[in-house]
Every structure is written in C-alpha cells, then in structure tokens.
Design a protein around this ligand. Structure first.
Ligand SMILES: [Zn+2]
Length: 463
C-alpha cells in the first residue's frame, strides 16, 4: 500500500524528455515518487492510504526560489519607490538592525507560509544575521515542512561597493563569530527535518568582505561540501568597485577570491558583461535572476537570455519583502517571461518552457539537489504542486505550460507537497496557523518601526 496517489491531473513532468501527461497519476511512498503514468494504468497496479482526485488540475514540480530574505517579510512595503543604496542605508538595514529573534521568527513564519501557499517547496535564504535568531528560523523550517537552505552571513568590512562605512551599526558582525556560528549551525541543523534543512554561507557583497575572508570561507565550504551564495552585479557600483580596487571585472574578482564554483549561487547579475560569461560556464557557477527586485529598485534588466545562450545555469528568485514585494514565484515567472521580450523586441525570447525550467530543474541544480528535486520522476522526492486550472483567471487550458507562466498566480495553488507530506490542501495551510502568523506580524512590525525610528511615509495623507 502506497502513501498517496494523485490522479486525473495534467502532469508537467520537466523530466529529461519534458513529457506532459494528460489524465495522469503519480504514486508516492516513503517521501519519494514510485510511479508515474496514465491514471487508468496506475490505478490497476497501486492503491494508497490517501487519494487526491485532481481532474481539472495541473501538477507541476514544486517551485524553487533561489533568492529569499526571510527577515524581509516583516518589513514588506517599508521602502517602496527608493533606489538601492538609500533603500539599504535608510530603511532596510536600520529596520533589520533592530530585529530581535522574535521578529526573526515571525518574519520567517510569514514568509514560509506565503511560499508554501503559492507553490514554493524549496528555497535558498541568502543572508541571516545572528540577531534574527538562527535556531528560531531553523525551527520554523523544520516545523513548516518546507525544504530550506539557510545561509548565515559573513563579513569583516562595513562598506557596500564604493561606499565606505555605510553599514548600520546593528547589522555589523564580527568575522570570527560569523565563521564559528555558521559551523555550529552546520553541526546542529544540516540534515534536520528528514533532510530538509541545509546550512550555507551567505557572503556579503564586495566592499563588505576582505579577499582574505572570502578565501577562507571558500576553503571551509569546499572542505565541508557547503554552498555559498552572494549578491553580485546588482548595481553598476559593484563593477566600478572591483575595477577601481582590484582592476578586475566582478566575475574575475569573485573567481580570484574563491566565490565561483558548482556550489556557488550568485544573485542578480544585472551589471555583467559578456566577457564574464565564460567564467560562469567554466566554473559551473549558477546565476539567480530576480526580475521584480531589479525592476522595482531600478537596478536594470539582467541579460538572462544571453546568459542562457552562453550555457550558464540560471535559476529564479523573489528576493524580499521591500524589493518585490511578494514571495510568489508565479508572479516572478510571469515577469521573467515578459520583461526580456520588451527589451529584445523578440517575442521568442524566454518562452514559457524556459522559465518553468528556471523555476524548477535549474533551481534544483543550483542547490546541488537535482538528483532529488526539480522534476516529477520516479525515484525523486515528492515535492509537488497542484494548480487549479478551473479558475476564472486560468481557464480554458490549451497549453498547460503557457497557463502556468502567463495566466496562473500563487492563489491558484490547490495543494503543496514536500517530501511526500501534504502541507497545503484545498488552498489551506496545514502545518502553520495562518491567522496567528498575520496578527503576530502586524503587531511586531508596528513595534519594530517605532523602535528603529524609520519614518515610513505615504505620498498621500492618511487620516
Ligand atoms: Zn537579495
């Protein structure tokens, strides 16, 4: 007797043959997929404790968000319509620099609840500061059922690109402590929650980390087989900094200090030149595209079609609450599919299929987990999402991939399954208390703004 059968669905497998199976069924046992096929065939061979009838629904691999700031859900909407450097200096760092571990936990719950309800089954968190409470965040990942890579930040300088001593006091960390805490987190949490928790290194950007510290962490990561993630080329100033200080392009600098490799996910790549592409390809470094954040902060549009053409593995990420402002991969997929068409004036740029690959199998490769997740295949972990196609904004369905990318949104997610566990069903979150999370977030957000003294204004008067 298997654990779960989902039948009657249109299955977009994203397997090596890119099969789409209509009237399809998937069987799950012990966290993994044990059979896939036409419903009538699968029904003859298998029975299960739980059955989900999925007629009118599209089954996709769980979505993988490769760039998330868990602590920024609580400061959603605090810094809209501001450019990146004042956005960090005057709002985000000040607010985050006043976080307590209770704020960190409340923010992680809000963020993870939103991700699960909108079909994200795995994520890479980019930079956790010790003041957000490392254990509290890991506990939320464990309890919620999601799969998460948590990166503890490291730094030893206080700049950002060409801006020296720009970092808010509450955001500064001691380099030795950064290293000790990351190693301790790795000992304690790596593999927790039935193998769903991973500990990574979260590098601050060039200007905040010395070449010596980058090299030291690169070495530790290699020896312990840990991942590293870093923002790079988000703004023009990144390139100006590596040029003026080291006479190198950002990718040359990153390679030189060990921040390139198969275990590295670099994020944004808006200001990247074609001369840098071969460095990504040769080293197997992954690039995470965050189109909403880059557009909203007026950073620019990353040359993603060109990077894909060059053979770089590109995945997708939502970034954070004040830069996106949602953690909904459907919105991100839609934007990734349309924004490059507007830039290149070519409607064939970034077809729906390419974008779905970025949000699934490419994300799995970036996390080093492509043997386990990223597609619906026998032997892989059951990280699955059912999208209700019988909704006004989705129906009718001619091409299911097209509907997922261009028409659907996170609210159309009917079921989310991670590691064979049903975490969202009939649109309801089963592992976390949604009402409580919203109330706590509201209360803590007000307290945080008051404490940090940040003035959040609307251009229109509020009575
Ligand atoms: Zn970011």
């Amino acid at each position: 007797m298997a654990d779960l059968i989902i039948d009657g669905a249109t299955i977009i497998t994203v397997d090596p043959q890119r099969r789409i199976i209509s009237e399809g069924a998937v069987v799950v046992e012990d966290q993994r997929i044990i059979a896939i096929g036409k419903t009538h065939e699968v029904k003859q061979k298998f029975s299960a404790d739980t059955r989900i009838h999925a007629e009118g629904k599209i089954l996709i691999p769980g979505l993988i968000d490769c760039h998330v700031h868990l602590a920024q859900a609580l400061i959603r909407g605090t810094a809209d319509d501001v450019g990146l450097i004042p956005w960090l200096r005057d709002y985000v760092w000040v607010l985050q620099g006043n976080f307590t571990p209770e704020d960190g936990r409340a923010s992680a719950e809000l963020c993870i609840a939103e991700m699960l309800k909108s079909g994200t089954t795995s994520f890479l968190e980019s930079m956790i500061h010790k003041r957000y409470g490392l254990d509290g965040i890991a506990q939320v990942v464990e309890r919620s059922g999601i799969r998460g890579c948590l990166s503890k930040l490291f730094m030893d300088w206080t700049g950002y690109a060409d801006e020296e001593s720009i970092m808010y006091e509450g955001m500064i960390e001691d380099p030795e402590e950064c290293i000790a805490e990351t190693l301790a987190m790795h000992e304690k949490w790596q593999g927790a929650g039935d193998g769903r928790v991973f500990i990574w290194w979260g590098a601050r950007t060039p200007g905040a980390v010395s070449p010596e510290l980058y090299r030291r962490v690169a070495d530790l990561a290699r020896r312990r087989q840990m991942g590293i993630t870093m923002h790079l080329g988000e703004v023009k100033e990144d390139g100006e900094y590596t040029k003026s200080q080291f006479n190198q392009l950002p990718a040359e600098f990153a390679r030189d200090v060990g921040m390139m490799g198969r275990n590295v996910v670099l994020v944004h790549g808006v200001w990247i030149s074609p001369q840098e592409f071969p460095i990504y390809v040769e080293t197997g470094t992954h690039m995470c595209h965050c189109p909403a954040s880059n557009a909203k902060l007026a950073s620019g549009i990353a040359p993603i079609p060109e990077m894909l053409q060059a053979g770089i593995n590109v995945c997708l990420g939502c970034d954070g609450g004040p830069s996106n402002n949602a953690y909904d991969m459907f919105r991100e997929m839609f934007l990734a599919a349309i924004i490059h068409k507007a830039r290149t004036l070519d409607p064939l740029t970034m077809p729906a299929e390419t974008v779905l690959e970025m949000a699934t199998i490419n994300g799995a490769k970036a996390l080093g987990l492509e043997r386990d997740i990223g597609s619906i295949e026998v032997g892989k972990k059951a990280d699955l999402v059912l999208v209700d196609a019988k909704q006004l904004n989705v129906a009718p369905t001619y091409n299911p991939v097209s509907n997922i990318i261009y028409a659907a949104n996170g609210s159309n997610v009917y079921t989310t399954i991670v590691n064979g566990q049903i975490l969202v069903h009939e649109g309801k979150l089963l592992t976390l208390n949604e009402t409580e999370i919203i109330e706590t977030a509201q209360e803590r957000a007000h307290r945080l703004v008051e404490k940090s003294g940040v003035n959040i204004q609307s251009r229109w008067a509020t009575n």
